[in-house]
Design a protein around this ligand. Structure first.
Ligand SMILES: [Zn+2]
Length: 232
């Protein structure tokens, strides 16, 4: 039983990372393709388009990294503060903490005396570790990791962004916007399907949702790009 729980935790964690990577890539594709389409609609030439697209890649990846680092860091701060508080409580109120652990095991279905024995054994071998796991629900494998989260977001965004840039690179001057839009929508449909599969959600619905969302993003940016292009 403990072995099975352990494996499930690992698998769940890996899928979490993969889903974050797929979402980052979708972000990169949509925002870079939209930006490139916006500047093309505003009559940018090929080199201006590529400069804008590259800037979108770098700025987006950095912004994803900073945002992710900030949010996962505060999650980690909360976890560390909870652990520190638990440590203080264990030192000051060991009997209260013993009772807490006993009640947790009673709630899981053990009778009072067995729960008490389990609590006593755990308080002897690893008091902090058992409270952190059983009371706070924090496991060393699932603790927030700000640097890794930031790196996954930045790299996946950059890769998605790079795909949109490649689409811009191969698109012929005569049908630049159309070709970029079609390639982007196909990529989004593929990524939407993959992302849904990983999360066990219905793939077709997810693919339609992200494709429609991406299409809207590109359409609105094209429109605004064209408007701004005629004004400036
Ligand atoms: Zn406790």
């Amino acid at each position: 039983m403990p072995i099975r729980t352990h494996r499930e935790t690992h698998r769940g964690e890996r899928i979490g990372w993969l889903r974050a990577a797929v979402l980052g890539a979708q972000d990169g594709i949509v925002s870079t393709a939209s930006l490139v389409i916006g500047v093309v609609a505003a009559n940018a030439d090929r080199s201006q388009m590529l400069v804008a697209g590259t800037a979108a890649l770098v700025a987006g990846a950095m912004s994803m990294a900073a945002g992710e680092f900030g949010s996962v860091s505060s999650q980690r701060d909360t976890e560390l503060a909870d652990i520190a508080r638990e440590k203080r409580e264990l030192a000051r109120f060991p009997e209260h903490e013993m009772e807490e652990l006993t009640e947790i095991y009673q709630e899981r279905g053990l009778d009072r005396s067995l729960a008490r024995s389990v609590a006593e054994a755990l308080m002897e071998t690893d008091p902090l570790g058992s409270h952190v796991r059983d009371e706070l629900g924090i496991h060393p494998n699932t603790m927030a990791r700000p640097v890794q989260a930031a790196a996954v977001s930045a790299v996946s965004f950059a890769l998605g962004s790079l795909l949109a840039l490649l689409a811009a690179l191969v698109a012929p001057a005569s049908a630049r916007i159309e070709v970029i839009a079609v390639i982007t929508l196909v990529l989004l449909a593929v990524l939407g399907t993959v992302g849904a599969r990983l999360g066990g959600a219905p793939p077709v619905r997810a693919a339609i949702r992200i494709t429609v969302g991406g299409g809207l993003a590109m359409g609105v940016t094209a429109l605004i790009g064209a408007l701004v292009g005629t004004v400036v």
